[in-house]
Design a protein around this ligand. Structure first.
Ligand SMILES: [Zn+2]
Length: 355
């Protein structure tokens, strides 16, 4: 195996880790002797993202587990997400999010990164609404940031949203105050297009050129070949619920995308495709060793999917630009290889004001 990519997958947890670790222990009693693709057991859940707002009722239990994992050396980085997307789903206002995040972040101050609140805008909403949400997100971020103790301020992560390059400038100007301490920022694709595309990649490349030493986290992008593009534009970490979510929908992750199992067929085309993937990539895991079981059991699909996502950086590490172009031409096309930040000179803008 060649060098893996630097970009890391952050596990967006839906519950405790222990039941998955138990599954692994049950099915791989001797992980060191199992024929893993990389030659070593995959290091699952070392980088983890929690949304405290989504787990309010069981926070004590989930956090206690992460503390224990840290003591045992099983956790490298724990990140809290602000749950800003809850403004779209529940009847939360941004003020509710600020208040709840404050309570949860200061009540459980055990993370390495604290995402500041943001207001996502659906891609079909008008530009004016999105720009207003950007301004409101900046304000909400600072409202929470100023309330946090210094120790947490230094681990704060503001969220960038953009439909135009100027939007990056707006936020950069304000967020510098935060990122010069924390050296971390995140970028959300909500609001432009649900798919990670050339525009997003250009914006991230630009953001990285403004602050090369800043750790950039990409929120919620889960299509496998995207990882190669992330590395090219300077993303350091990304999270996705994709592996878990698609498993519950009966889908299996491959290194190229998701495959759906058809319950009507005795041996579906997808089973053949999984076999081919194992053949071509060398992927092995105890959860897809038996394809019938993979088809029947959601937990098996979850475990297999997570292992595939952990292995993505190893798999895509074998490509250079040229070989990636022939392997994933559509994704290659999205990579704005010729992007030059100097082309995107800072522009004068009329920023909607809430201040
Ligand atoms: Zn597998």
């Amino acid at each position: 195996m060649t060098q893996p990519l630097n970009v890391k997958f952050v596990y967006a947890l839906w519950g405790t880790v222990s039941r998955y670790q138990q599954m692994l222990r049950n099915y791989v009693p001797n992980p060191d002797s199992y024929p893993w693709m990389t030659g070593e057991p995959p290091e699952l859940f070392r980088w983890t993202l929690l949304t405290p707002l989504a787990y309010e009722a069981v926070m004590d239990k989930i956090i206690a587990e992460q503390q224990q994992r840290r003591r045992k050396g099983e956790l490298d980085f724990l990140m809290y997400d602000s749950g800003g997307f809850q403004t779209l789903r529940k009847n939360y206002t941004i003020e509710d999010i600020i208040r709840k995040d404050y309570e949860l972040y200061t009540g459980y101050p055990y993370a390495d990164g604290y995402v500041l609140p943001d207001l996502p805008t659906g891609p079909r909403k008008p530009l004016e609404e999105m720009e207003l949400n950007i301004v409101r997100s900046i304000k909400a971020s600072f409202d929470l940031f100023h309330m946090l103790p210094d120790e947490l301020k230094a681990k704060s992560i503001p969220v960038y949203h953009a439909r135009k390059i100027e939007h990056i400038d707006w936020q950069y100007e304000k967020f510098q105050h935060i990122t010069k301490h924390s050296k971390m920022a995140s970028y959300s694709i909500a609001g432009l297009n649900k798919k990670f595309n050339a525009k997003h990649m250009g914006f991230i490349r630009y953001l990285k050129s403004l602050q090369p030493d800043c750790h950039i986290h990409l929120l919620g992008v889960g299509t496998p070949p995207a990882i190669f593009c992330m590395e090219q534009v300077g993303v350091n970490t990304f999270d996705a619920m994709t592996p878990h979510r698609i498993a519950t929908l009966g889908k299996v992750a491959t290194f190229y995308g998701a495959l759906a199992y058809s319950s009507n067929l005795e041996e579906s085309v997808e089973e053949v495709a999984i076999e081919e993937m194992r053949e071509q990539t060398g992927h092995r895991c105890p959860f897809c060793d038996d394809l019938k079981r993979l088809k029947m059991e959601p937990r098996y699909r979850i475990m297999h999917n997570w292992i595939v996502y952990e292995e993505l950086r190893h798999y895509y590490g074998q490509f250079d630009l040229e070989s990636f172009q022939s392997y994933a031409p559509k994704w290659y096309k999205q990579l704005d290889i010729t992007f030059h930040p100097e082309k995107h000179k800072k522009v004068e803008f009329e920023q909607p004001s809430l201040f």
